[in-house]
Design a protein. Structure first.
Length: 331
Protein backbone atom coordinates (compact mmCIF):
# COMPACT_ATOMS: atom_id res chain seq x y z
CA UNK A 1 0.00 0.00 0.00
CA UNK A 2 1.22 3.51 -0.70
CA UNK A 3 2.22 5.56 2.29
CA UNK A 4 0.79 8.71 0.64
CA UNK A 5 -1.67 11.04 2.29
CA UNK A 6 -5.21 9.70 1.97
CA UNK A 7 -7.38 11.97 -0.12
CA UNK A 8 -10.24 14.01 1.33
CA UNK A 9 -13.57 12.20 1.18
CA UNK A 10 -16.31 13.58 -1.07
CA UNK A 11 -18.82 15.75 0.83
CA UNK A 12 -21.69 13.37 -0.07
CA UNK A 13 -19.84 10.55 1.70
CA UNK A 14 -19.22 12.67 4.80
CA UNK A 15 -22.88 13.67 4.77
CA UNK A 16 -24.09 10.05 4.67
CA UNK A 17 -21.73 9.19 7.56
CA UNK A 18 -23.06 12.15 9.55
CA UNK A 19 -26.68 11.21 8.87
CA UNK A 20 -26.09 7.65 10.08
CA UNK A 21 -24.32 8.91 13.22
CA UNK A 22 -27.10 11.45 13.95
CA UNK A 23 -29.81 8.85 13.19
CA UNK A 24 -31.25 10.81 10.28
CA UNK A 25 -30.63 7.56 8.43
CA UNK A 26 -31.53 4.77 10.83
CA UNK A 27 -32.73 1.19 11.00
CA UNK A 28 -30.17 -1.53 10.31
CA UNK A 29 -31.24 -2.22 6.72
CA UNK A 30 -31.30 1.41 5.65
CA UNK A 31 -27.95 2.04 7.35
CA UNK A 32 -26.39 -0.84 5.38
CA UNK A 33 -27.78 0.39 2.08
CA UNK A 34 -26.66 3.97 2.78
CA UNK A 35 -23.14 2.72 3.54
CA UNK A 36 -23.03 0.78 0.27
CA UNK A 37 -24.21 3.90 -1.55
CA UNK A 38 -21.52 5.99 0.18
CA UNK A 39 -18.83 3.53 -0.94
CA UNK A 40 -20.18 3.67 -4.50
CA UNK A 41 -20.06 7.48 -4.49
CA UNK A 42 -16.56 7.46 -2.97
CA UNK A 43 -15.33 5.13 -5.73
CA UNK A 44 -16.94 7.14 -8.53
CA UNK A 45 -15.63 10.46 -7.17
CA UNK A 46 -12.04 9.31 -6.59
CA UNK A 47 -9.86 11.67 -8.59
CA UNK A 48 -6.43 10.06 -8.23
CA UNK A 49 -4.71 7.73 -10.66
CA UNK A 50 -3.13 5.09 -8.44
CA UNK A 51 -4.75 1.72 -7.81
CA UNK A 52 -2.90 1.26 -4.51
CA UNK A 53 -3.91 4.71 -3.30
CA UNK A 54 -7.51 3.99 -4.32
CA UNK A 55 -7.54 0.80 -2.22
CA UNK A 56 -6.14 2.66 0.77
CA UNK A 57 -8.67 5.46 0.31
CA UNK A 58 -11.58 2.98 0.05
CA UNK A 59 -10.49 1.25 3.26
CA UNK A 60 -10.46 4.62 5.02
CA UNK A 61 -13.95 5.41 3.75
CA UNK A 62 -15.01 1.94 4.92
CA UNK A 63 -13.49 2.61 8.34
CA UNK A 64 -15.34 5.93 8.63
CA UNK A 65 -18.67 4.31 7.77
CA UNK A 66 -18.21 1.38 10.15
CA UNK A 67 -17.39 3.80 12.98
CA UNK A 68 -20.73 5.64 12.74
CA UNK A 69 -22.89 3.22 14.78
CA UNK A 70 -21.62 0.15 16.60
CA UNK A 71 -24.48 -2.33 17.04
CA UNK A 72 -26.05 -3.19 13.69
CA UNK A 73 -23.80 -5.78 12.03
CA UNK A 74 -25.51 -5.02 8.73
CA UNK A 75 -23.15 -2.04 8.53
CA UNK A 76 -19.78 -3.92 8.63
CA UNK A 77 -21.33 -6.79 6.65
CA UNK A 78 -22.37 -4.41 3.86
CA UNK A 79 -19.03 -2.61 3.91
CA UNK A 80 -17.09 -5.90 3.87
CA UNK A 81 -19.21 -7.16 1.00
CA UNK A 82 -18.37 -4.08 -1.05
CA UNK A 83 -14.65 -3.64 -0.31
CA UNK A 84 -13.18 -6.97 0.87
CA UNK A 85 -12.48 -8.23 -2.66
CA UNK A 86 -10.15 -5.29 -3.28
CA UNK A 87 -7.59 -7.40 -1.42
CA UNK A 88 -7.86 -10.32 -3.82
CA UNK A 89 -5.09 -10.95 -6.36
CA UNK A 90 -5.75 -9.62 -9.85
CA UNK A 91 -7.25 -6.30 -8.84
CA UNK A 92 -4.28 -4.48 -10.27
CA UNK A 93 -5.65 -1.47 -12.10
CA UNK A 94 -7.62 1.53 -10.90
CA UNK A 95 -10.42 0.82 -13.36
CA UNK A 96 -10.76 -2.81 -12.21
CA UNK A 97 -10.78 -1.74 -8.57
CA UNK A 98 -13.28 1.07 -9.12
CA UNK A 99 -15.69 -1.04 -11.14
CA UNK A 100 -15.48 -3.83 -8.53
CA UNK A 101 -16.57 -1.44 -5.76
CA UNK A 102 -19.30 0.15 -7.88
CA UNK A 103 -20.75 -3.16 -9.03
CA UNK A 104 -20.66 -4.78 -5.58
CA UNK A 105 -22.27 -1.73 -3.96
CA UNK A 106 -25.05 -1.74 -6.56
CA UNK A 107 -25.51 -5.50 -6.12
CA UNK A 108 -25.77 -5.13 -2.35
CA UNK A 109 -28.44 -2.42 -2.63
CA UNK A 110 -30.41 -4.49 -5.13
CA UNK A 111 -30.11 -7.59 -2.92
CA UNK A 112 -31.30 -5.63 0.12
CA UNK A 113 -34.41 -4.39 -1.70
CA UNK A 114 -35.26 -7.87 -2.98
CA UNK A 115 -34.67 -9.36 0.47
CA UNK A 116 -37.25 -7.02 1.99
CA UNK A 117 -39.90 -8.13 -0.53
CA UNK A 118 -39.16 -11.80 0.13
CA UNK A 119 -39.33 -11.27 3.90
CA UNK A 120 -42.75 -9.64 3.45
CA UNK A 121 -43.93 -12.62 1.42
CA UNK A 122 -42.70 -15.25 3.92
CA UNK A 123 -43.80 -13.20 6.92
CA UNK A 124 -47.27 -12.40 5.63
CA UNK A 125 -48.06 -16.12 5.80
CA UNK A 126 -47.76 -16.15 9.62
CA UNK A 127 -50.36 -13.35 9.95
CA UNK A 128 -53.99 -14.49 10.20
CA UNK A 129 -57.12 -12.58 9.31
CA UNK A 130 -58.24 -10.76 12.47
CA UNK A 131 -54.79 -10.80 14.14
CA UNK A 132 -53.68 -8.09 16.56
CA UNK A 133 -49.92 -7.68 16.23
CA UNK A 134 -47.48 -5.87 18.47
CA UNK A 135 -44.37 -4.26 16.99
CA UNK A 136 -41.57 -2.18 18.49
CA UNK A 137 -39.42 0.67 17.18
CA UNK A 138 -39.38 1.07 13.41
CA UNK A 139 -38.29 -1.84 11.28
CA UNK A 140 -38.70 -1.85 7.50
CA UNK A 141 -38.62 -5.66 7.55
CA UNK A 142 -41.37 -5.96 10.19
CA UNK A 143 -43.51 -3.17 8.74
CA UNK A 144 -43.30 -4.68 5.24
CA UNK A 145 -44.89 -7.89 6.54
CA UNK A 146 -47.75 -6.01 8.19
CA UNK A 147 -48.42 -3.88 5.11
CA UNK A 148 -48.48 -6.92 2.82
CA UNK A 149 -50.85 -8.79 5.16
CA UNK A 150 -53.17 -5.77 5.05
CA UNK A 151 -52.88 -5.49 1.25
CA UNK A 152 -53.82 -9.18 0.96
CA UNK A 153 -57.09 -8.33 2.66
CA UNK A 154 -56.31 -9.53 6.20
CA UNK A 155 -58.08 -7.43 8.80
CA UNK A 156 -55.26 -6.64 11.24
CA UNK A 157 -54.70 -4.22 14.09
CA UNK A 158 -51.14 -3.16 14.93
CA UNK A 159 -50.02 -1.99 18.35
CA UNK A 160 -46.87 0.12 17.96
CA UNK A 161 -44.81 1.07 21.00
CA UNK A 162 -43.76 4.70 21.21
CA UNK A 163 -40.11 3.61 21.52
CA UNK A 164 -38.63 6.16 23.84
CA UNK A 165 -36.50 8.20 23.85
CA UNK A 166 -36.42 8.74 20.05
CA UNK A 167 -40.07 7.81 19.30
CA UNK A 168 -39.40 5.66 16.23
CA UNK A 169 -42.84 4.12 16.95
CA UNK A 170 -44.38 7.26 15.45
CA UNK A 171 -42.60 6.52 12.15
CA UNK A 172 -44.02 2.98 12.23
CA UNK A 173 -47.52 4.24 13.04
CA UNK A 174 -47.45 6.82 10.27
CA UNK A 175 -46.16 4.44 7.62
CA UNK A 176 -48.84 1.87 8.53
CA UNK A 177 -51.58 4.51 8.65
CA UNK A 178 -50.58 5.72 5.18
CA UNK A 179 -51.28 2.18 3.92
CA UNK A 180 -54.65 2.09 5.69
CA UNK A 181 -53.63 -0.26 8.55
CA UNK A 182 -55.45 0.19 11.89
CA UNK A 183 -52.87 1.36 14.47
CA UNK A 184 -52.78 1.88 18.25
CA UNK A 185 -49.75 3.57 19.84
CA UNK A 186 -48.84 2.51 23.37
CA UNK A 187 -46.04 3.44 25.76
CA UNK A 188 -43.54 0.60 26.27
CA UNK A 189 -44.51 0.46 29.92
CA UNK A 190 -48.01 -0.75 28.83
CA UNK A 191 -46.68 -3.78 26.94
CA UNK A 192 -47.33 -6.40 29.61
CA UNK A 193 -50.80 -5.12 30.44
CA UNK A 194 -51.96 -5.08 26.80
CA UNK A 195 -50.37 -8.45 25.96
CA UNK A 196 -53.73 -10.15 26.55
CA UNK A 197 -55.01 -8.45 23.36
CA UNK A 198 -52.04 -9.51 21.24
CA UNK A 199 -51.97 -12.56 18.94
CA UNK A 200 -48.35 -12.27 17.85
CA UNK A 201 -45.30 -10.03 18.03
CA UNK A 202 -43.25 -9.05 14.97
CA UNK A 203 -40.07 -6.99 15.42
CA UNK A 204 -36.91 -6.31 13.41
CA UNK A 205 -33.25 -6.95 14.22
CA UNK A 206 -29.97 -5.10 14.22
CA UNK A 207 -27.87 -8.20 14.68
CA UNK A 208 -28.53 -11.94 14.95
CA UNK A 209 -25.81 -13.78 16.87
CA UNK A 210 -24.56 -17.27 16.04
CA UNK A 211 -26.53 -18.71 18.99
CA UNK A 212 -29.77 -17.23 17.61
CA UNK A 213 -29.97 -14.35 20.10
CA UNK A 214 -31.37 -11.20 18.53
CA UNK A 215 -30.11 -7.70 19.21
CA UNK A 216 -32.77 -5.07 18.55
CA UNK A 217 -34.04 -1.77 19.96
CA UNK A 218 -33.88 -1.67 23.73
CA UNK A 219 -37.14 -2.98 25.20
CA UNK A 220 -37.42 -5.84 22.70
CA UNK A 221 -36.31 -8.41 25.28
CA UNK A 222 -38.95 -7.22 27.78
CA UNK A 223 -41.61 -7.57 25.08
CA UNK A 224 -40.33 -11.09 24.37
CA UNK A 225 -40.52 -11.91 28.07
CA UNK A 226 -44.12 -10.67 28.30
CA UNK A 227 -45.04 -12.61 25.14
CA UNK A 228 -43.48 -15.79 26.48
CA UNK A 229 -45.39 -15.44 29.74
CA UNK A 230 -48.61 -15.75 27.73
CA UNK A 231 -47.31 -18.22 25.13
CA UNK A 232 -47.63 -15.66 22.33
CA UNK A 233 -45.56 -16.17 19.17
CA UNK A 234 -42.61 -13.79 18.86
CA UNK A 235 -41.24 -13.37 15.33
CA UNK A 236 -38.13 -11.48 14.20
CA UNK A 237 -38.01 -10.17 10.63
CA UNK A 238 -34.52 -9.66 9.24
CA UNK A 239 -32.31 -9.88 6.19
CA UNK A 240 -29.52 -12.46 6.47
CA UNK A 241 -26.92 -9.68 6.27
CA UNK A 242 -27.85 -8.89 9.88
CA UNK A 243 -26.47 -12.27 10.95
CA UNK A 244 -23.09 -11.73 12.56
CA UNK A 245 -20.14 -13.82 11.36
CA UNK A 246 -18.06 -12.28 14.14
CA UNK A 247 -20.20 -13.95 16.84
CA UNK A 248 -19.37 -17.35 15.36
CA UNK A 249 -15.93 -17.01 16.93
CA UNK A 250 -17.20 -15.59 20.19
CA UNK A 251 -17.22 -11.86 19.55
CA UNK A 252 -19.73 -10.00 21.68
CA UNK A 253 -22.20 -7.68 19.92
CA UNK A 254 -21.36 -4.14 21.10
CA UNK A 255 -24.37 -2.34 22.53
CA UNK A 256 -24.55 1.35 21.68
CA UNK A 257 -25.00 3.72 24.62
CA UNK A 258 -26.33 7.09 23.52
CA UNK A 259 -26.23 10.56 25.05
CA UNK A 260 -27.61 11.21 28.55
CA UNK A 261 -29.45 14.22 27.12
CA UNK A 262 -31.72 11.96 25.05
CA UNK A 263 -33.26 10.97 28.41
CA UNK A 264 -32.77 13.92 30.79
CA UNK A 265 -32.39 17.57 29.78
CA UNK A 266 -29.21 19.62 30.23
CA UNK A 267 -30.77 21.70 32.96
CA UNK A 268 -31.50 18.70 35.19
CA UNK A 269 -28.02 17.30 34.57
CA UNK A 270 -26.56 20.70 35.54
CA UNK A 271 -28.67 20.80 38.73
CA UNK A 272 -27.51 17.31 39.76
CA UNK A 273 -23.84 16.91 38.83
CA UNK A 274 -23.77 13.47 40.49
CA UNK A 275 -26.66 12.15 38.42
CA UNK A 276 -25.74 9.62 35.75
CA UNK A 277 -28.12 8.44 33.04
CA UNK A 278 -27.76 5.12 31.24
CA UNK A 279 -29.15 5.13 27.73
CA UNK A 280 -28.53 1.77 26.03
CA UNK A 281 -30.05 1.80 22.55
CA UNK A 282 -30.34 -1.97 22.10
CA UNK A 283 -30.84 -5.18 24.08
CA UNK A 284 -30.49 -8.91 23.55
CA UNK A 285 -33.41 -11.33 23.27
CA UNK A 286 -32.40 -14.94 23.95
CA UNK A 287 -33.13 -17.55 21.25
CA UNK A 288 -35.54 -19.50 23.47
CA UNK A 289 -37.93 -16.55 23.40
CA UNK A 290 -38.08 -16.46 19.61
CA UNK A 291 -40.61 -18.52 17.61
CA UNK A 292 -38.98 -17.94 14.24
CA UNK A 293 -36.67 -15.64 12.31
CA UNK A 294 -38.30 -14.50 9.08
CA UNK A 295 -35.56 -14.00 6.48
CA UNK A 296 -35.39 -13.73 2.69
CA UNK A 297 -34.34 -17.40 2.57
CA UNK A 298 -37.31 -18.58 4.63
CA UNK A 299 -38.46 -18.74 8.25
CA UNK A 300 -35.74 -20.34 10.30
CA UNK A 301 -35.55 -21.41 13.95
CA UNK A 302 -33.12 -19.17 15.90
CA UNK A 303 -31.08 -22.29 16.68
CA UNK A 304 -30.18 -22.50 12.96
CA UNK A 305 -28.48 -19.08 12.96
CA UNK A 306 -24.96 -20.48 12.97
CA UNK A 307 -25.74 -22.67 9.93
CA UNK A 308 -27.00 -19.61 8.04
CA UNK A 309 -23.87 -17.68 9.00
CA UNK A 310 -21.54 -20.45 7.80
CA UNK A 311 -23.52 -20.76 4.54
CA UNK A 312 -23.44 -17.02 3.89
CA UNK A 313 -19.98 -16.06 5.09
CA UNK A 314 -17.98 -19.23 5.58
CA UNK A 315 -16.39 -19.84 8.95
CA UNK A 316 -14.28 -16.79 9.89
CA UNK A 317 -11.40 -18.99 11.04
CA UNK A 318 -11.37 -20.60 7.61
CA UNK A 319 -12.06 -17.32 5.87
CA UNK A 320 -9.28 -15.02 6.95
CA UNK A 321 -10.12 -12.19 4.55
CA UNK A 322 -13.16 -11.12 6.55
CA UNK A 323 -11.11 -10.81 9.73
CA UNK A 324 -8.25 -9.13 7.88
CA UNK A 325 -10.55 -6.42 6.58
CA UNK A 326 -12.02 -5.98 10.02
CA UNK A 327 -8.52 -5.54 11.45
CA UNK A 328 -7.79 -2.96 8.77
CA UNK A 329 -10.82 -1.03 9.95
CA UNK A 330 -9.64 -1.23 13.54
CA UNK A 331 -6.19 0.25 12.86
O1 LIG B 1 -33.86 -1.29 16.33
C1 LIG B 1 -34.15 -0.83 15.26
C2 LIG B 1 -33.75 0.55 14.84
O2 LIG B 1 -32.97 1.22 15.81
P1 LIG B 1 -32.46 2.71 15.52
O3 LIG B 1 -33.67 3.56 15.28
O4 LIG B 1 -31.70 3.10 16.74
O5 LIG B 1 -31.57 2.64 14.29
C3 LIG B 1 -34.86 -1.66 14.23
O6 LIG B 1 -35.78 -2.52 14.82
C4 LIG B 1 -33.82 -2.51 13.49
O7 LIG B 1 -32.75 -1.69 13.04
C5 LIG B 1 -34.40 -3.20 12.27
O8 LIG B 1 -34.87 -2.24 11.35
P2 LIG B 1 -34.91 -2.57 9.78
O9 LIG B 1 -35.81 -3.77 9.63
O10 LIG B 1 -35.48 -1.32 9.16
O11 LIG B 1 -33.53 -2.85 9.32
Amino acid sequence: MSQGVVRAFPPEVLEIARKIRDMEIRGAGRIAKAAAEALRIAALKYEGESCEEFKEYMLKVAELLVSTRPTAVSLPNAVNYVVSQLKKPGIDSLEKARSLVVSRASRFIEYADQALSKISEFGEKVIRDGDTILTHCNSAAATGILVLAHKKGKDITVYATETRPKFQGYITAESLLREGVRVRIIPESAVRSIMKRIDKVVVGADTVAANGAVVNKVGTSLIALAARERGIDFFVATETFKFSPFTLIGDIVPIEFRAETEIVDEEMLARHPKLRVLNPAFDVTPPDFITGIITEIGIIPPQAASIVIEEMYGHPVMHESLKAVEEDFAQ
